[in-house]
Design a protein around this ligand. Structure first.
Ligand code: ADP
Ligand code: MG
Length: 410
């Protein structure tokens, strides 16, 4: 009918606007490279903060002892205890306790998460004081974010790891930079010559990013409009809601679900990325999983097979765009570190990128698309030298490992 045609037209337009042909991804990668330079040149020089982490030594794999780490993620707070046994024994034992963070704590200042007013304050000093107050005889030797933790965790197992990317509730990346290539660093050059940079890449933005009306509305209605634009296209916090917004438009303007708009479809963030992922991976011939999710979450029953197929297509459009943009971001890091081309007359060095986070770990199609896109963007010879490695639980272990490598000098 005419209505179905209108719904398909909305779908087609969305698909076109979300398009990420290789040429566009190369522009995104180039822009990432440019912004990385700008962020390293001066404080506030770019949307990319390119934070100097003060981590100038990554684990060698020789570390041994008992170490604790606190891991503050987007959704969970974890306390880890890691027993390291050096090169021979590796991680001897690892235990953790996990509590989920109540949603009302996820916004705001230092009492929650966007810890603006703590930046530059002596966090380690405060934490040490608090521990003494309750009689804990422990020393805080490193405070690292999860991206740097993942980089360090990856390096413990594989010395070819040069960068880490987190794809979870949010997204971020960290990599190893040459200290003398950081104009805004005025301190003494570290002995290693290296400095780990926390890119805060979720805040990247560029005119080359394929933004649709749904992304713009999501951003405008968000708690941080104008910020974290790259993250809003890629990470687990948002993907499900982009799908919901496109579906809502189809319901409102093309009666996709009948004469009335299902009220639940208007509830922000009601469709979570894990549910989107479950629908996207539905292999039953009648798309039973999609049908059940629509019924259970959105209270839409009696959906036809072609409606369900359309929902799967929406999931595919949104996940594919996110995964391909994440791959373009990684290409940007490879460009900045000069690992995106074959150097004449040199043996190609191996490059490993450590990836972690719930989105990467569980959203199989997202992960597969990211990996194939990166391959597609690189020359064959280079592609062979670059490996994406899942750094399972790298962040907690990595934080403990950094504590270990630091304590050698303290
Ligand atoms: P955090 O980012 O909070 O530190 P994780 O790395 O574990 O935590 O990532 C959790 C995020 O991963 C969730 O918010 C969700 O968006 C995403 N996620 C979890 N499970 C799945 C899944 N099955 N499919 C797709 N995404 C998932
Ligand atoms: Mg995490």
């Amino acid at each position: 009918s005419g209505k179905w045609g209108r719904a398909m037209a909305i779908l087609k337009e969305f698909e076109e606007k979300c398009g990420t042909p290789d040429g566009k991804l190369r522009q995104v990668a180039d822009a990432m490279d440019v912004e990385m330079h700008a962020g390293l040149a001066s404080e506030g020089g770019s949307k990319l903060k390119m934070l100097i982490s003060y981590v100038d030594n990554l684990p060698s794999g020789d570390e041994a002892g008992l170490f604790y780490a606190l891991d503050l993620g987007g959704t969970n707070f974890r306390v880890l205890r890691v027993h390291l046994g050096g090169k021979e024994k590796g991680v001897v034992n690892q235990e953790f306790e996990e509590v989920s963070i109540p949603p009302h704590l996820m916004v705001g200042s230092s009492e929650g998460f966007n810890i603006e007013d703590v930046v530059g304050e002596d966090v380690v000093g405060e934490l040490t004081k608090s521990m003494q107050k309750i009689g804990l005889d422990m020393r805080v030797s490193a405070l690292v974010n999860d991206t740097i933790g993942t980089l360090a965790g990856g390096r413990f197992y594989n010395q070819d790891v040069i960068a880490a990317v987190i794809l979870g509730t949010g997204t971020n990346a960290a990599y190893v930079e040459r200290a003398n290539a950081i104009p805004k660093w005025h301190g003494p050059l570290p002995k290693s010559g290296d400095m780990v940079i926390n890119m805060e890449w979720g805040n990247f933005r560029s005119s080359h990013l394929p933004l649709t009306e749904y992304d713009i509305a999501l951003d405008t209605e968000s708690l941080n409009p104008g910020e974290q634009i790259f993250e809003k296209l890629i990470s687990g916090m948002y993907l499900g809601d982009i799908v919901r917004r496109a579906l809502l438009k189809m319901a409102e303007e093309a009666d996709f679900f009948g004469d009335t708009v299902p009220p639940k479809l208007k509830v922000p963030f009601i469709l979570r990325t894990p549910d989107m992922s479950a629908m996207h991976h539905d292999t039953t011939p009648d798309l039973k999983v999609v049908g059940n999710k629509l019924k259970d979450i959105l209270e839409i029953s009696n959906t036809s097979l072609k409606m369900r197929k359309t929902v799967v297509e929406l999931c595919d459009i949104v996940a594919t765009r996110g995964a391909r943009l994440a791959a373009a971001g990684i290409l940007g890091i490879l460009k900045k570190t000069g690992r995106d081309t074959v150097k004449a007359g040199e043996k190609q060095q191996k490059t490993v990128i450590a990836l972690d986070g719930g989105l990467y770990e569980h959203y199989t199609k997202f992960r597969a698309c990211l990996e194939s896109t990166l391959n597609e963007l690189l020359e064959e010879e280079v592609a062979k030298s670059i490996v994406i490695e899942h750094s399972n639980d790298g962040s907690g272990i990595g934080a403990a490992l950094l504590a270990a490598s630091h304590s050698q000098y303290l």
